[in-house]
Design a protein around this ligand. Structure first.
Ligand code: DLL
Length: 439
């Protein structure tokens, strides 16, 4: 296949590597990482011993399936440094992410890990059509969250001019965007929607600015959100995926064809499993994404269960990249709500809301329990002019939404229409579900 290298950066060559060579590289790296995990991390060694597996049992890439899974709870149970495979003097950076309890999980990097991280982000940005000379407004949060510093070093290494503005202070974001010749932005998709909102309020037309691309991730978003962003800001919106336990942003990214995220498989080996049985599923089937780091020194991860639901595709992409693609992640195996016995995913509600006119992409799902019965209320912002309309118009929109949601979820929900900007905004990930059922 003809390789379209219009957005090519030298490190991107690995994106186009023939698959047989890729597999050899993956195999060599897998053997090394399994040996490292065995030698340096007590938990990995004991888990492997329980399964009667040693590093010598890894004779091909598919032997990864012989290895035990690693769970978020393993990081919690070994908090803070129990899974580290490098001594502290070799660790040059620590980040952290929320755990399942009060304590965060801690992720370490050696200098080489940081180099790998920047290199995958260079490949990610290049895949989105960014290049040397771009002016990148990095509105991911700086700090323990991996988004800010991760994207920062990647964009710098790409040769872009980076504006390390971090999240928040929306008016200043818009001033910088208007005055500094910003050509690309990185932040969560919901925060960008908020920027669009505020820009409209301040009379700024984002479509008239040089801004041409956004690299959005850190939370699930939908095709309808992409359409709104692209139309209202006049940019191309790309999806970037990652997680702290593996490296941070830069595990997978869309190319300019916007049809699935290419996984940087030479560093992160993906598998899809059935979340119930743990069995590996073939490419094309939907299940839980499991990732094994192939080069991480400070904290190798063996078969980390991400809880993110997706599928892998080996279909060739018109961009010519040989690395596999994963479908965008719209749900996790653990954000499922069970409401009156029915499984409900917030992304299902979101796509209904966005498909109906006069709604804004800001909503919250509030779960309560009344006399043993789960109640679900969906609060959604609607355009300001709806409130200037008759009560009848509001009522009919409310009914229309409730009907549309019922058709998808098979349960009746209470829909409450609220005025624009009443739902609390987040500078990072939007808080979509408020579960008051246990109170
Ligand atoms: O969110 C890393 C990141 C930063 C990714 C900036 C992209 C951009 P964590 O805080 O550890 O790391 O959260 C990881 O967020 O398991 C997914 O459930 C979710 N997530 C991340 N990116 C996406 C995405 C960062 N593009 C968790 N689509 C992951 C859907 C995403 N979900």
């Amino acid at each position: 296949m003809e390789v379209n290298k219009t957005c090519f950066h030298p490190v991107s060559a690995l994106d186009y590597i023939p698959r047989t060579e890729l597999e050899q590289l993956q195999f060599a790296r897998l053997r090394r990482i399994v040996q490292r995990a065995w030698d340096k991390v007590e938990l990995f060694r004991s888990r492997m011993e329980e399964r009667h597996v040693t590093p010598d049992d890894i004779q091909s890439v598919s032997d990864v399936a012989k290895l035990p899974f690693t769970l978020k709870s393993d990081l919690r149970d070994t908090y803070p440094f129990g899974l580290f495979a490098s001594p502290m003097q070799d660790i040059v950076r620590l980040h952290a992410s929320s755990g399942t309890t009060g304590k965060p999980i801690v992720v370490p990097y050696t200098q080489k890990d940081l180099d790998v991280w920047s290199s995958v982000l260079v490949r990610a940005f290049a895949a989105c059509g960014l290049h040397e000379g771009d002016v990148v407004q990095n509105a991911y949060g700086y700090g323990l969250f991996t988004g800010g510093l991760g994207a920062h070093y990647g964009a710098e290494r790409l040769g872009a001019t980076v504006i390390p503005i971090s999240g928040g202070n929306t008016e200043r974001q818009l001033m910088v965007m208007s005055d500094f010749g910003v050509t690309a932005i990185t932040c969560t998709p919901t925060y960008f929607l908020h920027l669009i909102d505020r820009a409209q309020n301040m009379g700024i037309d984002l479509r008239k600015l040089p801004l041409r691309a956004g690299v959005f991730g850190a939370e699930p978003w939908t095709e309808s959100m992409r359409q709104r962003i692209e139309q209202e800001a006049g940019i191309k919106a790309y999806d970037v995926y990652g997680l702290s336990e593996i490296i941070g942003p830069g595990v997978a990214v869309e190319c300019t064809h916007q049809n699935g995220l290419h996984v940087f498989e030479d560093h992160f080996y993906p598998e899809i499993i059935d979340p119930e049985t743990g069995n590996v599923l073939p490419d094309g089937e939907e299940g839980e994404l499991v990732l094994t780091t192939l080069s991480k020194e400070a904290m190798p991860m063996l078969r980390y269960r991400t809880r993110d639901i997706t599928s892998l595709s080996t279909e060739p992409c018109p961009c010519g990249r040989t690395i596999r693609r994963m479908r965008r992640i719209t749900r996790r195996s653990d954000d499922m709500m069970i409401i009156r016995g029915v499984n409900v995913f917030p992304s299902q509600i979101e796509s209904v809301l966005l498909s109906i006119e006069n709604t804004l992409p800001h909503y919250q799902i509030i779960l309560t329990r009344h006399r043993g019965l789960d109640q679900i209320e969906v609060q959604v912002e609607v355009t300001a002019d709806m409130f200037g309309d008759t009560v009848g118009a509001l009522q009919s929109l409310q009914d229309k939404l409730a009907d549309a949601i019922e058709r998808v979820l098979l349960i009746r929900v209470q829909v409450t229409l609220v005025e624009p900007r009443t739902i609390p905004r987040s500078e990072g990930k939007a808080r979509r579900i408020i579960d008051r059922r246990s109170l």
